[in-house]
Design a protein around this ligand. Sequence first.
Ligand SMILES: C[S@@+](CC[C@H](N)C(=O)[O-])C[C@H]1O[C@@H](n2cnc3c(N)ncnc32)[C@H](O)[C@@H]1O
Length: 309
Amino acid sequence: MARNQKDYFYDLAQKEGYRSRASYKLKQIQQHSNIIKRGDTIVDLGAAPGGWLQVAKELSGGRVMGVDLQKISEIPGVTTFKGDITADSTIEKILEFAGKGGVDVVLCDAAPNLTGNWALDHARGIELNRAAFECAKKILKPKGTFVVKVFQGDMFKEFFDDVKSEFVHVKAYTPQASRSTSAEIYIIAKKFLTAPIRKGQIYAAEIKELGASGDGIAHIDDFVIFVKEVEVGDIVNIKIKDVKPNFGFAAVVEKLDALPENPRYENPVQQRTQTPLSADFEKDEETRPKGNTARDNYRPPKENEHEEE
Ligand SMILES: C[S@@+](CC[C@H](N)C(=O)[O-])C[C@H]1O[C@@H](n2cnc3c(N)ncnc32)[C@H](O)[C@@H]1O
């Protein structure tokens, strides 16, 4: 008997009319993080055969589009086309779909053809992840959501931190429907930031007024930043501690005599946040084999395994 025929979620998908067992991963992500709301516009990158598209359409009822290297057979009310998400021509078509208003949710369950070579599969996966991330940054509405599948490995942390710098809430989550032998994990990023500042960056700013709580208020490109322990009129270098969609928090690094002339504030210093990763991880522990890591369990996949997912 083929491996998949013994699989609970494969059988369930057959029974319930979903095109892939992966449908249940999206359902579990939805249950865990409530990523899709009624009426949302959704783009799904690497969407064939269409299991996520079916679930996304059911949940939102809004405009849904899927793209894949493979042809996706028709799903009522869903726009699909064949394309490579790393190609500019594909991104142009997606931008057309998103229009000026943008989209609420970008999903990416894309997977490269797995070779069984851990490092190579990871690197090719990260390339797809970065293409999806760049696309999401172009088309997401402010406060939009991005969900992406990543194969774990050395480059995971850097990618995770890059996603963290663009969204308010970011978590890594493994749904129960992921095979216990799989190295995959989903990054769930909510509230896309359109603020002109980023956590960890340093700016020069003048404190113009005090807020109700007594914190100083500075503006960077009209964006409000609350700064502790300052007086009105202080000119300071501040380090951004936290960014919310409509305001940020910062601490004073040093006092200045005057604002730098041009540009108005110093070039931001890029400092990626180094939050311990463990704090951001969640797994359906009850259903996972204890004491095993995905890497311990890694086995060479069968050819085109991703098509069965
Ligand atoms: C695991 S499957 C997606 C399953 C899908 N979420 C579902 O529920 O049916 C991964 C898909 O990523 C697609 N893919 C891989 N590289 C791609 C690329 N560069 N551009 C577009 N799709 C890609 C593959 O063709 C494959 O169909």
